[in-house]
Design a protein around this ligand. Structure first.
Ligand SMILES: CC(C)(COP(=O)(O)OP(=O)(O)OC[C@H]1O[C@@H](n2cnc3c(N)ncnc32)[C@H](O)[C@@H]1OP(=O)(O)O)[C@@H](O)C(=O)NCCC(=O)NCCS
Length: 325
């Protein structure tokens, strides 16, 4: 991307982000989130700036030209980050300090990151635009809607102890479950098993419509991945779980396999507090029903997945987080 940075848009300056900006970006996000939750009598709980900065670092590494900071008098007051995988452009973050909101800065940051007309999908089509927004936030929902990114599907955070693991259906007979870690280890690679990047890419292409090996490397840093294959070694699905009980992403060849893979992940992990959490799209009805039956609870208003044209089959998928579905 060759944009003329920095350039002044009085009184703000928008410039590419640098690694040294990321802690300030996390603080802007924290203050902006608290600012819009306050009128609802809520505040942010469990804020983990280190985890957020790690996610920022990943996005800055994969899409350096799509991470920008807005400054006023050399002080960061807003930031935005987007990524492109295949034919999808996704807005990961857009935050402006409360004192600076409502003056056009959010719009300017978004305009900086939107794809140029010559940025095309591999098939030559224009990039699909998408974002996850908070259902409580009319400003961002309206802002994104102007660009065709209309909120079309709720995504629910489900949390809690799994009291009834049998609510998750069993995996089909004759499938094999292979930890990603053993696939990475060439000596333990099952005969005929394709490389991890190949199998995850095949499933991502089928379920999400794009591939993202760099995101799988990011996931592997702190999550355990499992691959489910049929008797011929063909990939049927994958799922990740973190030691703290965070589940996702899960991708599967058919919707009913998603809750079965969630069950596998639940049984493979004993989080310290006994609590699991995952994001479940409204379209993944089988997973939603099974998670409720297992004992997980809805704890907050859903986020809304917004897009100008559909991407992904969310009946067969649970996302990583709201910045990278
Ligand atoms: C969302 C956010 C980034 C927008 O930045 P901003 O600088 O305040 O936004 P702008 O001033 O550029 O524009 C907001 C637009 O929304 C419009 N808008 C606001 N409330 C609206 C409503 N209820 N209905 C329709 N449009 C609305 C405004 O009129 C404005 O458009 P206009 O300039 O054409 O009139 C900022 O408010 C923010 O950081 N909020 C808290 C954190 C957050 O919600 N981030 C997004 C997470 S999904």
């Amino acid at each position: 991307m060759t944009r003329a940075f920095p350039h002044a848009i009085d009184p703000f300056t928008i410039r590419p982000a640098r690694p040294a900006d990321l802690a300030a970006c996390a603080e802007i996000q924290h203050v902006a989130l608290d600012g819009y939750l306050a009128p609802f009598g809520q505040q942010l709980v469990g804020w983990q700036p280190e985890a957020m900065i790690r996610l920022f670092e990943h996005l800055l590494a994969t899409d350096p030209a799509r991470f920008v900071v807005a400054e006023r008098a050399a002080v960061p007051v807003g930031f935005a980050s987007a990524w492109v995988r295949g034919g999808l452009w996704f807005l990961a973050f857009l935050f402006v300090l409360p004192a600076e909101q409502g003056r056009g800065l959010g719009t300017r940051l978004l305009d900086e990151l939107l794809p140029r007309p010559d940025e095309r999908a591999p098939d030559g089509e224009g990039l699909i635009l998408a974002v996850a927004t908070d259902s409580l936030q009319p400003i961002s929902n309206a802002l994104y809607g102007h660009y065709g990114m209309v909120p079309r599907m709720p995504v629910f955070l489900m949390k809690g102890a799994v009291r009834s693991p049998d609510a998750f259906p069993p995996l089909p007979p004759d499938v094999a479950v292979t930890p990603f870690a053993s696939i990475d280890d060439a000596t333990a690679q099952p005969p005929g098993m394709r490389l991890l990047a190949d199998v995850t890419s095949a499933l991502d292409r089928e379920v999400l419509g794009f591939v993202r090996p760099a995101d799988h490397r990011f996931l592997a840093a702190d999550r355990h991945g499992y691959l489910v294959t049929d008797e011929d070694g063909e990939p049927l699905g994958y799922g990740y779980v973190r030691d703290d009980g965070r589940i996702g992403p899960v991708a599967a060849m058919w919707p009913g396999l998603v809750p079965a893979i969630i069950g596998l992940l639940v049984r493979s992990t004993s989080p310290a507090g006994g609590s699991f959490s995952l994001l479940v799209p409204g379209a993944a009805g089988d997973a939603f029903v099974a998670c409720l039956a297992a004992g997980l609870r809805l704890t907050e208003a859903p986020t809304l997945m917004a897009w100008d044209r559909p991407f992904a089959d969310f009946s067969r998928y649970t996302p990583i987080n709201n910045a990278i579905p």
